[in-house]
Design a protein around this ligand. Sequence first.
Ligand code: IPM
Ligand code: SF4
Length: 475
Amino acid sequence: MGKTIVEKIWEHHLVSRGDNGPDLLYIDLHLLHEVTSPQAFDGLRGKNRYVRRPELCFAVMDHNVPTENRRVIHDHIAKKQLEALEKNCLQFGIRLAGLDSEDQGIVHVTGPELGLTWPGKTIVCGDSHTSTHGAFGALAFGIGTSEVEHVLASQTLYQTRPKVMNVHIRGKKSFGVTAKDIILHFIARYGTDAGTGYVMEFTGEAIREMSMEERMTICNMSIEAGAKAGLISPDDKTINYIKGRKYAPADKEFDGFVQKWRALASDQNATYDKTLEISADEVAPMVTWGTNPGMAVPITGCVPTIENSISANQKSEIMAAATYMGLSPGERLEGVNVQHVFIGSCTNARLSDLQEAAAIVKDRKVFSGVRALVVPGSQDVKKQAEKEGLHQIFIDAGFEWRESGCSMCLGMNPDIVPEGERCASTSNRNFEGRQGKGARTHLMSPVMAAAAAIMGKLTDARTMASEEEALHAIN
Ligand SMILES: CC(C)[C@H](C(=O)O)[C@@H](O)C(=O)O
Ligand code: SF4
Protein backbone atom coordinates (compact mmCIF):
# COMPACT_ATOMS: atom_id res chain seq x y z
CA MET A 1 0.00 0.00 0.00
CA GLY A 2 1.21 3.49 -0.80
CA LYS A 3 2.36 5.92 1.85
CA THR A 4 1.95 9.62 2.40
CA ILE A 5 4.98 11.84 2.88
CA VAL A 6 3.97 12.22 6.53
CA GLU A 7 4.09 8.46 7.14
CA LYS A 8 7.48 8.23 5.43
CA ILE A 9 9.02 11.07 7.44
CA TRP A 10 7.53 9.68 10.64
CA GLU A 11 9.03 6.25 10.08
CA HIS A 12 12.45 7.69 9.27
CA HIS A 13 12.49 9.58 12.56
CA LEU A 14 11.03 7.06 14.93
CA VAL A 15 13.36 6.59 17.92
CA SER A 16 10.84 4.46 19.76
CA ARG A 17 7.21 3.61 19.23
CA GLY A 18 4.95 4.36 22.15
CA ASP A 19 2.82 1.31 22.91
CA ASN A 20 0.06 3.16 24.66
CA GLY A 21 1.25 6.69 24.27
CA PRO A 22 3.08 9.01 21.93
CA ASP A 23 6.05 8.00 19.78
CA LEU A 24 9.52 9.44 20.35
CA LEU A 25 10.79 11.25 17.25
CA TYR A 26 14.24 12.45 16.30
CA ILE A 27 14.36 16.16 15.45
CA ASP A 28 16.60 17.32 12.60
CA LEU A 29 16.37 21.07 13.00
CA HIS A 30 15.46 23.17 16.02
CA LEU A 31 14.81 26.83 15.30
CA LEU A 32 14.73 29.26 18.20
CA HIS A 33 13.69 32.85 18.78
CA GLU A 34 13.86 35.17 21.76
CA VAL A 35 10.26 34.88 22.99
CA THR A 36 9.80 31.17 23.66
CA SER A 37 13.35 30.10 24.50
CA PRO A 38 14.55 31.90 27.69
CA GLN A 39 12.71 29.62 30.16
CA ALA A 40 13.82 26.54 28.26
CA PHE A 41 17.47 27.52 28.61
CA ASP A 42 16.90 28.41 32.27
CA GLY A 43 15.44 24.92 32.72
CA LEU A 44 18.56 23.33 31.24
CA ARG A 45 20.82 25.38 33.48
CA GLY A 46 18.73 24.51 36.52
CA LYS A 47 19.16 20.79 35.82
CA ASN A 48 22.81 21.08 34.84
CA ARG A 49 22.10 19.88 31.33
CA TYR A 50 23.75 20.83 28.07
CA VAL A 51 22.38 21.09 24.55
CA ARG A 52 22.58 17.64 22.96
CA ARG A 53 23.20 18.74 19.34
CA PRO A 54 23.88 22.49 19.20
CA GLU A 55 24.80 22.19 15.52
CA LEU A 56 21.16 21.24 14.76
CA CYS A 57 19.88 24.42 16.40
CA PHE A 58 19.64 27.84 14.81
CA ALA A 59 18.44 30.97 16.60
CA VAL A 60 17.25 34.35 15.33
CA MET A 61 15.97 37.58 16.83
CA ASP A 62 12.67 38.56 15.26
CA HIS A 63 9.56 39.20 17.37
CA ASN A 64 10.81 41.99 19.59
CA VAL A 65 13.17 43.68 17.23
CA PRO A 66 12.45 47.34 16.52
CA THR A 67 12.26 47.84 12.75
CA GLU A 68 13.10 51.52 12.75
CA ASN A 69 16.11 52.05 14.96
CA ARG A 70 17.31 48.62 16.00
CA ARG A 71 19.80 49.96 18.50
CA VAL A 72 17.15 51.56 20.71
CA ILE A 73 15.02 49.03 22.57
CA HIS A 74 12.85 50.78 25.13
CA ASP A 75 10.69 47.86 26.18
CA HIS A 76 12.16 46.18 29.23
CA ILE A 77 10.87 42.66 28.49
CA ALA A 78 11.92 42.84 24.84
CA LYS A 79 15.39 43.93 25.80
CA LYS A 80 15.71 41.19 28.40
CA GLN A 81 14.57 38.49 25.98
CA LEU A 82 16.96 39.60 23.26
CA GLU A 83 19.88 39.75 25.69
CA ALA A 84 18.95 36.34 27.08
CA LEU A 85 18.98 34.79 23.61
CA GLU A 86 22.43 36.18 22.93
CA LYS A 87 23.77 34.94 26.25
CA ASN A 88 22.15 31.51 25.90
CA CYS A 89 23.43 30.95 22.36
CA LEU A 90 26.92 31.88 23.47
CA GLN A 91 26.81 29.62 26.52
CA PHE A 92 25.36 26.60 24.71
CA GLY A 93 27.22 27.00 21.41
CA ILE A 94 24.22 27.73 19.17
CA ARG A 95 24.41 29.72 15.93
CA LEU A 96 22.58 33.03 16.27
CA ALA A 97 21.45 35.50 13.64
CA GLY A 98 21.35 38.58 15.85
CA LEU A 99 20.71 42.20 15.05
CA ASP A 100 24.03 42.68 13.31
CA SER A 101 23.82 39.55 11.21
CA GLU A 102 23.05 39.58 7.49
CA ASP A 103 21.12 36.36 8.18
CA GLN A 104 18.66 38.05 10.57
CA GLY A 105 14.97 38.00 9.73
CA ILE A 106 11.74 36.30 10.75
CA VAL A 107 12.64 32.73 11.66
CA HIS A 108 10.26 31.24 9.07
CA VAL A 109 11.63 33.43 6.31
CA THR A 110 15.31 32.88 7.11
CA GLY A 111 15.22 29.08 7.60
CA PRO A 112 14.33 28.34 3.96
CA GLU A 113 16.40 31.24 2.67
CA LEU A 114 19.54 29.94 4.37
CA GLY A 115 18.94 26.43 3.07
CA LEU A 116 18.34 25.04 6.56
CA THR A 117 14.89 23.77 5.55
CA TRP A 118 15.03 20.52 3.53
CA PRO A 119 12.48 17.94 2.46
CA GLY A 120 12.11 15.10 4.91
CA LYS A 121 13.45 16.96 7.93
CA THR A 122 11.59 17.10 11.20
CA ILE A 123 11.67 20.78 12.15
CA VAL A 124 10.41 22.33 15.36
CA CYS A 125 10.38 25.81 16.82
CA GLY A 126 8.62 27.39 19.76
CA ASP A 127 6.34 29.12 17.31
CA SER A 128 3.06 28.11 15.72
CA HIS A 129 3.94 29.24 12.19
CA THR A 130 6.73 26.69 11.95
CA SER A 131 4.32 25.00 9.54
CA THR A 132 5.71 27.39 6.90
CA HIS A 133 8.70 25.07 6.41
CA GLY A 134 6.32 22.33 5.32
CA ALA A 135 6.31 23.98 1.89
CA PHE A 136 9.57 22.07 1.31
CA GLY A 137 8.19 18.68 2.28
CA ALA A 138 9.48 18.92 5.85
CA LEU A 139 7.38 17.86 8.83
CA ALA A 140 7.51 21.17 10.66
CA PHE A 141 5.42 22.24 13.61
CA GLY A 142 5.32 24.56 16.60
CA ILE A 143 6.09 23.38 20.13
CA GLY A 144 5.67 24.83 23.62
CA THR A 145 8.49 26.10 25.82
CA SER A 146 8.75 22.89 27.91
CA GLU A 147 9.09 20.95 24.65
CA VAL A 148 11.76 23.42 23.52
CA GLU A 149 13.70 22.41 26.63
CA HIS A 150 13.15 18.71 25.90
CA VAL A 151 14.42 19.07 22.33
CA LEU A 152 17.41 21.12 23.45
CA ALA A 153 18.35 18.44 25.96
CA SER A 154 17.66 15.33 23.90
CA GLN A 155 17.14 16.30 20.22
CA THR A 156 13.96 14.22 20.44
CA LEU A 157 10.30 14.91 21.05
CA TYR A 158 7.27 12.87 22.13
CA GLN A 159 4.50 13.13 19.56
CA THR A 160 1.24 11.39 18.86
CA ARG A 161 1.05 10.23 15.28
CA PRO A 162 -1.26 12.64 13.48
CA LYS A 163 -3.91 11.83 10.91
CA VAL A 164 -3.19 13.04 7.40
CA MET A 165 -5.57 15.17 5.37
CA ASN A 166 -5.34 15.71 1.64
CA VAL A 167 -6.23 19.32 0.89
CA HIS A 168 -6.73 19.22 -2.83
CA ILE A 169 -6.70 22.53 -4.70
CA ARG A 170 -8.05 21.87 -8.17
CA GLY A 171 -7.52 23.98 -11.28
CA LYS A 172 -5.76 27.28 -11.74
CA LYS A 173 -6.17 30.52 -9.88
CA SER A 174 -7.54 33.40 -11.88
CA PHE A 175 -6.14 36.85 -12.54
CA GLY A 176 -5.40 38.87 -9.41
CA VAL A 177 -5.75 35.89 -7.09
CA THR A 178 -2.79 34.91 -4.89
CA ALA A 179 -1.82 32.06 -2.59
CA LYS A 180 -3.05 34.16 0.34
CA ASP A 181 -6.53 34.31 -1.20
CA ILE A 182 -6.55 30.55 -1.73
CA ILE A 183 -5.75 29.80 1.91
CA LEU A 184 -8.13 32.46 3.27
CA HIS A 185 -10.87 31.06 1.03
CA PHE A 186 -10.14 27.55 2.31
CA ILE A 187 -10.31 28.62 5.96
CA ALA A 188 -13.47 30.67 5.36
CA ARG A 189 -15.11 27.66 3.74
CA TYR A 190 -14.06 24.88 6.11
CA GLY A 191 -13.41 26.75 9.35
CA THR A 192 -10.54 27.43 11.73
CA ASP A 193 -10.86 23.94 13.19
CA ALA A 194 -10.97 22.05 9.89
CA GLY A 195 -7.50 20.62 10.47
CA THR A 196 -7.70 19.74 14.16
CA GLY A 197 -5.76 16.51 14.73
CA TYR A 198 -4.41 16.43 11.17
CA VAL A 199 -1.33 17.28 9.20
CA MET A 200 -2.54 18.79 5.94
CA GLU A 201 -0.84 17.83 2.73
CA PHE A 202 -1.67 20.33 -0.02
CA THR A 203 -1.98 18.77 -3.45
CA GLY A 204 -3.43 19.59 -6.86
CA GLU A 205 -2.67 21.63 -9.94
CA ALA A 206 -2.83 25.02 -8.23
CA ILE A 207 -0.22 23.91 -5.69
CA ARG A 208 2.08 22.38 -8.30
CA GLU A 209 1.97 25.65 -10.24
CA MET A 210 2.86 27.76 -7.22
CA SER A 211 6.34 29.11 -6.53
CA MET A 212 8.06 28.09 -3.31
CA GLU A 213 7.18 31.49 -1.87
CA GLU A 214 3.49 30.95 -2.57
CA ARG A 215 3.65 27.45 -1.12
CA MET A 216 5.17 28.92 2.05
CA THR A 217 2.20 31.31 2.34
CA ILE A 218 -0.18 28.34 2.10
CA CYS A 219 1.65 26.18 4.65
CA ASN A 220 2.16 29.17 6.96
CA MET A 221 -1.59 29.55 7.33
CA SER A 222 -2.43 25.84 7.56
CA ILE A 223 -2.13 26.40 11.30
CA GLU A 224 -4.95 28.96 11.10
CA ALA A 225 -7.10 26.16 9.69
CA GLY A 226 -6.38 24.27 12.91
CA ALA A 227 -3.83 21.83 11.47
CA LYS A 228 -0.88 20.44 13.38
CA ALA A 229 1.25 21.19 10.32
CA GLY A 230 0.91 21.71 6.59
CA LEU A 231 3.20 20.35 3.93
CA ILE A 232 3.70 19.86 0.21
CA SER A 233 5.51 16.94 -1.42
CA PRO A 234 8.84 18.07 -2.91
CA ASP A 235 9.30 18.51 -6.65
CA ASP A 236 11.73 20.24 -9.05
CA LYS A 237 10.82 23.68 -7.67
CA THR A 238 11.70 22.59 -4.15
CA ILE A 239 15.03 21.19 -5.22
CA ASN A 240 15.97 24.20 -7.38
CA TYR A 241 15.14 26.56 -4.52
CA ILE A 242 17.44 24.78 -2.07
CA LYS A 243 20.43 24.24 -4.36
CA GLY A 244 23.38 26.47 -3.60
CA ARG A 245 21.99 28.05 -0.42
CA LYS A 246 24.29 28.67 2.52
CA TYR A 247 23.39 25.57 4.58
CA ALA A 248 22.08 23.38 1.74
CA PRO A 249 23.88 20.07 1.17
CA ALA A 250 27.24 20.65 -0.52
CA ASP A 251 27.34 20.36 -4.31
CA LYS A 252 29.05 16.97 -4.33
CA GLU A 253 26.44 15.46 -2.03
CA PHE A 254 23.48 17.27 -3.51
CA ASP A 255 22.43 14.67 -6.10
CA GLY A 256 22.35 11.96 -3.43
CA PHE A 257 20.01 14.08 -1.33
CA VAL A 258 17.82 14.85 -4.32
CA GLN A 259 17.19 11.15 -4.88
CA LYS A 260 16.11 10.69 -1.27
CA TRP A 261 13.96 13.81 -1.36
CA ARG A 262 12.12 12.75 -4.49
CA ALA A 263 11.33 9.39 -2.94
CA LEU A 264 9.59 11.15 -0.05
CA ALA A 265 6.71 12.50 -2.14
CA SER A 266 3.39 10.87 -1.28
CA ASP A 267 2.76 7.76 -3.37
CA GLN A 268 0.04 7.89 -6.04
CA ASN A 269 -1.94 5.23 -4.21
CA ALA A 270 -1.43 6.65 -0.70
CA THR A 271 -4.56 6.74 1.43
CA TYR A 272 -5.52 9.78 3.46
CA ASP A 273 -7.64 9.92 6.58
CA LYS A 274 -9.70 12.70 5.04
CA THR A 275 -9.83 14.81 1.87
CA LEU A 276 -11.11 18.37 1.48
CA GLU A 277 -11.20 20.14 -1.86
CA ILE A 278 -11.54 23.58 -3.31
CA SER A 279 -11.38 24.86 -6.88
CA ALA A 280 -8.77 27.56 -7.37
CA ASP A 281 -10.78 29.13 -10.18
CA GLU A 282 -13.64 29.87 -7.77
CA VAL A 283 -11.41 31.94 -5.50
CA ALA A 284 -11.54 35.76 -5.56
CA PRO A 285 -9.27 38.24 -3.76
CA MET A 286 -10.20 37.82 -0.08
CA VAL A 287 -10.37 40.11 2.92
CA THR A 288 -11.22 39.29 6.52
CA TRP A 289 -14.05 41.23 8.13
CA GLY A 290 -13.90 39.73 11.64
CA THR A 291 -11.64 38.52 14.41
CA ASN A 292 -10.39 35.16 13.19
CA PRO A 293 -8.87 34.20 9.83
CA GLY A 294 -11.98 32.21 8.88
CA MET A 295 -14.12 35.36 8.96
CA ALA A 296 -13.17 36.20 5.40
CA VAL A 297 -15.14 37.03 2.25
CA PRO A 298 -14.29 38.09 -1.31
CA ILE A 299 -13.51 41.81 -1.49
CA THR A 300 -16.76 42.26 -3.40
CA GLY A 301 -18.64 40.75 -0.47
CA CYS A 302 -20.20 42.00 2.78
CA VAL A 303 -20.06 41.35 6.51
CA PRO A 304 -22.49 38.43 7.03
CA THR A 305 -26.07 39.32 7.85
CA ILE A 306 -27.88 37.94 10.88
CA GLU A 307 -30.19 35.47 9.16
CA ASN A 308 -32.97 33.73 11.04
CA SER A 309 -31.57 30.42 9.89
CA ILE A 310 -28.32 30.67 11.86
CA SER A 311 -27.85 29.55 15.47
CA ALA A 312 -27.84 31.92 18.43
CA ASN A 313 -24.16 31.16 18.86
CA GLN A 314 -23.34 32.12 15.29
CA LYS A 315 -25.38 35.29 15.67
CA SER A 316 -23.53 36.41 18.75
CA GLU A 317 -20.17 35.49 17.18
CA ILE A 318 -20.91 37.65 14.13
CA MET A 319 -22.21 40.50 16.27
CA ALA A 320 -19.22 40.44 18.63
CA ALA A 321 -16.72 40.36 15.77
CA ALA A 322 -18.48 43.05 13.75
CA THR A 323 -18.76 45.29 16.80
CA TYR A 324 -15.06 44.91 17.64
CA MET A 325 -14.24 45.68 14.01
CA GLY A 326 -16.50 48.74 13.93
CA LEU A 327 -18.61 47.25 11.14
CA SER A 328 -22.27 46.30 10.82
CA PRO A 329 -23.80 43.06 9.56
CA GLY A 330 -24.42 43.34 5.83
CA GLU A 331 -21.93 46.19 5.36
CA ARG A 332 -19.91 46.12 2.14
CA LEU A 333 -16.18 45.62 2.66
CA GLU A 334 -15.05 47.49 -0.42
CA GLY A 335 -14.71 51.15 0.47
CA VAL A 336 -14.14 50.73 4.23
CA ASN A 337 -11.49 53.31 5.22
CA VAL A 338 -8.13 52.16 6.58
CA GLN A 339 -5.61 54.24 8.54
CA HIS A 340 -2.72 51.76 8.43
CA VAL A 341 -1.24 49.33 5.94
CA PHE A 342 1.24 46.63 6.89
CA ILE A 343 3.08 44.68 4.22
CA GLY A 344 5.17 42.21 6.19
CA SER A 345 5.21 39.01 8.35
CA CYS A 346 6.28 35.41 7.78
CA THR A 347 3.16 34.94 5.63
CA ASN A 348 3.86 37.58 3.02
CA ALA A 349 7.17 39.44 3.29
CA ARG A 350 9.34 37.57 0.85
CA LEU A 351 10.78 39.13 -2.29
CA SER A 352 7.93 38.05 -4.60
CA ASP A 353 5.39 39.56 -2.18
CA LEU A 354 7.19 42.89 -2.29
CA GLN A 355 7.51 42.70 -6.08
CA GLU A 356 3.77 42.14 -6.45
CA ALA A 357 2.91 44.98 -4.07
CA ALA A 358 5.38 47.31 -5.78
CA ALA A 359 3.75 46.68 -9.16
CA ILE A 360 0.53 48.21 -7.76
CA VAL A 361 2.31 51.03 -5.92
CA LYS A 362 4.60 52.13 -8.77
CA ASP A 363 4.03 55.75 -9.84
CA ARG A 364 1.22 56.17 -7.34
CA LYS A 365 0.98 57.78 -3.89
CA VAL A 366 -0.15 56.45 -0.54
CA PHE A 367 -3.53 58.00 0.29
CA SER A 368 -3.21 61.11 2.41
CA GLY A 369 -3.25 60.32 6.15
CA VAL A 370 -2.60 56.59 5.73
CA ARG A 371 0.47 55.22 7.48
CA ALA A 372 1.93 52.46 5.34
CA LEU A 373 4.81 50.17 6.26
CA VAL A 374 6.83 47.70 4.24
CA VAL A 375 8.79 45.39 6.50
CA PRO A 376 10.91 42.87 4.57
CA GLY A 377 10.86 39.38 6.07
CA SER A 378 14.64 39.24 6.33
CA GLN A 379 17.79 41.22 5.74
CA ASP A 380 18.31 39.17 2.61
CA VAL A 381 14.86 40.07 1.26
CA LYS A 382 15.64 43.70 2.07
CA LYS A 383 18.95 43.54 0.23
CA GLN A 384 17.44 41.86 -2.83
CA ALA A 385 14.54 44.31 -2.91
CA GLU A 386 16.92 47.26 -2.71
CA LYS A 387 19.01 45.82 -5.52
CA GLU A 388 15.89 45.86 -7.70
CA GLY A 389 14.92 49.36 -6.59
CA LEU A 390 11.68 48.22 -4.95
CA HIS A 391 12.45 50.28 -1.83
CA GLN A 392 12.50 53.42 -3.95
CA ILE A 393 9.09 52.63 -5.43
CA PHE A 394 7.67 52.28 -1.93
CA ILE A 395 9.47 55.30 -0.49
CA ASP A 396 8.50 57.53 -3.44
CA ALA A 397 4.87 56.55 -2.87
CA GLY A 398 5.06 57.46 0.82
CA PHE A 399 5.61 54.05 2.44
CA GLU A 400 8.05 53.60 5.30
CA TRP A 401 10.81 51.13 4.38
CA ARG A 402 11.90 49.23 7.49
CA GLU A 403 14.40 46.72 8.85
CA SER A 404 13.32 43.07 9.02
CA GLY A 405 11.34 41.60 11.91
CA CYS A 406 7.84 40.50 12.94
CA SER A 407 6.85 44.15 13.30
CA MET A 408 3.15 44.97 13.15
CA CYS A 409 2.13 41.32 12.83
CA LEU A 410 1.80 41.29 16.60
CA GLY A 411 2.01 43.90 19.33
CA MET A 412 5.37 42.84 20.78
CA ASN A 413 7.46 45.69 19.42
CA PRO A 414 7.00 49.40 18.72
CA ASP A 415 5.01 48.86 15.47
CA ILE A 416 1.49 49.07 16.86
CA VAL A 417 -1.91 49.99 15.45
CA PRO A 418 -3.62 52.46 17.83
CA GLU A 419 -6.90 51.57 19.50
CA GLY A 420 -9.95 51.73 17.25
CA GLU A 421 -7.88 52.21 14.08
CA ARG A 422 -7.99 49.94 11.08
CA CYS A 423 -5.14 48.16 9.34
CA ALA A 424 -4.93 46.38 6.00
CA SER A 425 -2.41 43.69 6.82
CA THR A 426 -0.62 40.89 4.98
CA SER A 427 -0.09 38.93 8.20
CA ASN A 428 -1.93 35.79 9.31
CA ARG A 429 -3.89 36.59 12.48
CA ASN A 430 -6.64 39.10 13.10
CA PHE A 431 -7.53 38.23 16.69
CA GLU A 432 -8.72 41.00 19.00
CA GLY A 433 -5.74 43.09 20.07
CA ARG A 434 -3.31 41.27 17.81
CA GLN A 435 -1.78 44.44 16.33
CA GLY A 436 -2.29 46.45 19.49
CA LYS A 437 -5.08 46.95 22.05
CA GLY A 438 -8.36 47.63 20.25
CA ALA A 439 -6.67 47.53 16.82
CA ARG A 440 -8.79 46.35 13.88
CA THR A 441 -7.05 44.01 11.45
CA HIS A 442 -8.12 43.06 7.94
CA LEU A 443 -6.03 40.22 6.51
CA MET A 444 -5.33 40.19 2.78
CA SER A 445 -2.66 39.61 0.15
CA PRO A 446 0.22 42.02 -0.56
CA VAL A 447 -1.46 43.30 -3.76
CA MET A 448 -4.68 43.97 -1.89
CA ALA A 449 -2.79 45.74 0.92
CA ALA A 450 -0.94 47.84 -1.65
CA ALA A 451 -4.25 48.78 -3.26
CA ALA A 452 -5.67 49.74 0.16
CA ALA A 453 -2.64 51.97 0.81
CA ILE A 454 -3.11 53.88 -2.44
CA MET A 455 -6.89 54.25 -2.16
CA GLY A 456 -7.09 54.68 1.63
CA LYS A 457 -9.82 52.05 1.76
CA LEU A 458 -10.39 48.36 1.16
CA THR A 459 -10.17 48.03 -2.62
CA ASP A 460 -10.36 45.29 -5.23
CA ALA A 461 -6.75 45.24 -6.46
CA ARG A 462 -7.91 43.80 -9.78
CA THR A 463 -9.40 47.16 -10.70
CA MET A 464 -5.97 48.79 -10.28
CA ALA A 465 -3.84 46.26 -12.02
CA SER A 466 -4.53 47.36 -15.55
CA GLU A 467 -0.93 48.07 -16.45
CA GLU A 468 0.82 45.24 -18.15
CA GLU A 469 3.54 45.17 -15.54
CA ALA A 470 1.08 44.73 -12.70
CA LEU A 471 -0.74 42.01 -14.56
CA HIS A 472 2.50 40.23 -15.08
CA ALA A 473 3.54 40.50 -11.45
CA ILE A 474 0.27 39.22 -10.05
CA ASN A 475 -0.14 36.25 -12.34
C1 IPM B 1 5.26 34.65 20.00
C2 IPM B 1 5.00 33.33 19.37
C3 IPM B 1 5.00 32.29 20.43
C4 IPM B 1 3.74 33.32 18.52
C5 IPM B 1 3.44 31.96 17.89
O1 IPM B 1 3.60 30.89 18.46
O2 IPM B 1 3.01 31.88 16.78
C6 IPM B 1 3.80 34.35 17.42
O3 IPM B 1 4.84 34.11 16.51
C7 IPM B 1 2.50 34.45 16.70
O4 IPM B 1 2.49 34.51 15.49
O5 IPM B 1 1.46 34.48 17.39
S1 SF4 C 1 5.70 37.34 11.64
FE1 SF4 C 1 3.90 37.16 12.93
S2 SF4 C 1 3.16 35.10 12.63
FE2 SF4 C 1 5.24 35.17 11.88
S3 SF4 C 1 6.47 34.47 13.60
FE3 SF4 C 1 6.39 36.71 13.68
S4 SF4 C 1 4.67 37.15 15.02
FE4 SF4 C 1 4.46 35.01 14.44
